[in-house]
Design a protein around this ligand. Structure first.
Ligand code: NDP
Length: 448
């Protein structure tokens, strides 16, 4: 889509020029700037006073060498990143991703999205993201530990409970957070809530593990409710079988839906009787195995190589929970043809712009990642609160707060969309609602 506002168009051109070879970052910025057209029409000072110009430039990018020794005694070298994108409303907050595809552009896109998402939660957290091109797959526990310790040896200079509080993301779960927290504590000689997603014995929050997936379903439930529908009796397809996907399955099922397909980066399973979550947890959380092993105990289910065709399975609700740009225009058209009524993003930016356009054009309820998957970071912020208080809430208390936060995010995104003449467009609504709080703060600071 072309910009009507020439200054926004020029800003987008500058972003592309200044950040060459980073298509994911361009895509994320383009979407936000498009949504903000009606906002700058009413509030031109966001442009004239440089707020938008600052917003698309990270406050700080830290890029470092991560040397570690493999089990053969050989030195391996990876690249580490932390993009501290925006601290206007609180300390930088956002996950760490360990995946071979990681480069600066991926971390920048994720950090940029995180700014708006964190603002939408209503909690005082700024936006950041980090990670490395290290691939934990196939590595021994000792190798993962040596990598994480080396990574934290550098990162610990740049983070802190009031500065920057990283968490997990793809490839970073409880094991990696444990190794990193241990190393931070050893070097800094302090026990603080510097990371979230910690183990329950050393400051973690109950319900953090479940939060992104549960929050995604709470958000989807609100979208469905507003349209007079519910999860009850719906067929659901979920891509991925990691942290977000597993707990999206758990909550969707508890709300009366049947999850019929899940995937990993090799392929997908289809089980017409409903995917057995205990089996998937055993494969993924306990054994770190592959999704195709599901057929060992469920021979009537199907396994297909490659993940893209998961979207050819007919469903009422689709929850992409694996990775960016995993659902394109063709996949969206197929989902629409097969009668999908709602799509909500558990992963960050899993739908391409074409796919989003297809859903919106066809009246499919669409929950964008910034809003729909914000339950993870919201609960991370609740973990920070508990750490500061040196106190722990029960699972039920955290879950109830999460549920309230997700309802609030839905209401705010829906309200902003309506106020700016785009009723029902939660992409625009989430971008606008998230933006306004950050932008007002930046304005208050003067030259930001
Ligand atoms: P996990 O590492 O636990 O799981 C990721 C899942 O996605 C795995 O099943 C993985 O398969 C699959 N996957 C990863 N990369 C690809 C790829 N390139 N193509 C196909 N499948 C892929 O990560 P999370 O569940 O934590 O994260 C999933 C998504 O949710 C990410 O986009 C993340 O940024 C987002 N997110 C996560 C939050 C959290 O709290 N964890 C919070 C908000 C967003 P395999 O095992 O084969 O690699």
């Amino acid at each position: 889509m072309a910009f009507k506002n020439q200054e926004l168009a020029a800003l987008m051109e500058r972003v592309i020029k200044r950040n060459p070879g980073e298509p994911e970052f361009h895509q994320a910025v383009q979407e936000v700037l498009e949504s903000l057209e009606p906002v700058v029409e009413r509030r031109p000072e966001f442009l004239t006073k440089g707020v938008l110009e600052c917003l698309v430039e990270p406050e700080r990018i830290i890029k470092f060498r991560v040397p570690w020794v493999d089990d053969q005694g050989k030195v391996q070298v990876n690249r580490g990143f932390r993009v501290q994108f925006n601290s206007a409303i609180g300390p930088y907050k956002g996950g760490l991703r360990l995946h071979p595809s990681v480069y600066e552009g991926i971390i920048k896109f994720l950090g940029f999205e995180q700014v708006f998402k964190n603002s939408l939660t209503g909690l005082p957290i700024g936006g950041g993201k980090g990670g490395s091109d290290f691939d934990p797959k196939g590595k021994s526990d000792a190798e993962v530990m040596r990598f994480c310790q080396s990574f934290m040896t550098e990162l610990c200079r740049h983070i802190g409970p009031d500065t920057d509080v990283p968490a997990g993301d793809i490839g970073v779960g409880a094991r990696e957070i444990g190794y990193m927290f241990g190393q931070y504590k050893r070097i800094r000689n302090e026990f603080t809530g510097v990371l979230t997603g910690k183990g329950l014995t050393y400051g973690g929050s109950l319900a953090r593990k479940e939060a992104t997936g549960y929050g995604l379903c709470y958000f989807t439930e609100e979208m469905l409710k507003a349209a007079g529908k519910s999860f009850e009796g719906k067929r659901v397809v979920i891509s991925g079988s990691g942290n977000v996907a597993i707990y999206a399955h758990e909550k969707a099922t508890s709300l009366g839906a049947k999850v019929v397909a899940m995937s990993d980066s090799n392929g997908y399973i289809y089980d017409a009787d409903g995917v057995c979550l205990d089996t998937v947890k055993g494969i993924k959380e306990v054994r770190r195995g592959r999704i195709k092993e599901y057929l060992d105990t469920h021979p009537k289910a199907e396994y297909h190589e490659g993940c893209k065709n998961i979207w050819t399975i007919a469903c009422d609700v689709a929850l992409p929970c694996a990775t960016q740009n995993e659902l394109d225009g063709d996949a969206a058209a197929t989902l629409v043809k097969n009668g999908v009524i709602a799509v909500a993003e558990g992963a960050n930016m899993p739908s391409t712009p074409d796919a989003i356009h297809t859903f919106q054009k066809n009246g499919v309820l669409f929950g964008p990642a910034k809003a729909a998957n914000a339950g993870g970071v919201a609960t991370s912020a609740l973990e920070m609160s508990q750490n500061s208080m040196r106190y722990s809430w029960t699972f039920e208390e955290v879950d109830a707060k999460l549920h309230q936060i997700m309802k609030g995010i839905y209401a705010n995104a829906a309200k902003a969309a309506e106020e700016y003449g785009m009723k029902g467009n939660l992409v625009a609504g989430a971008n606008i609602a998230g933006f306004l709080k950050v932008a007002e703060s930046m304005l208050a600071f003067g030259a930001c």
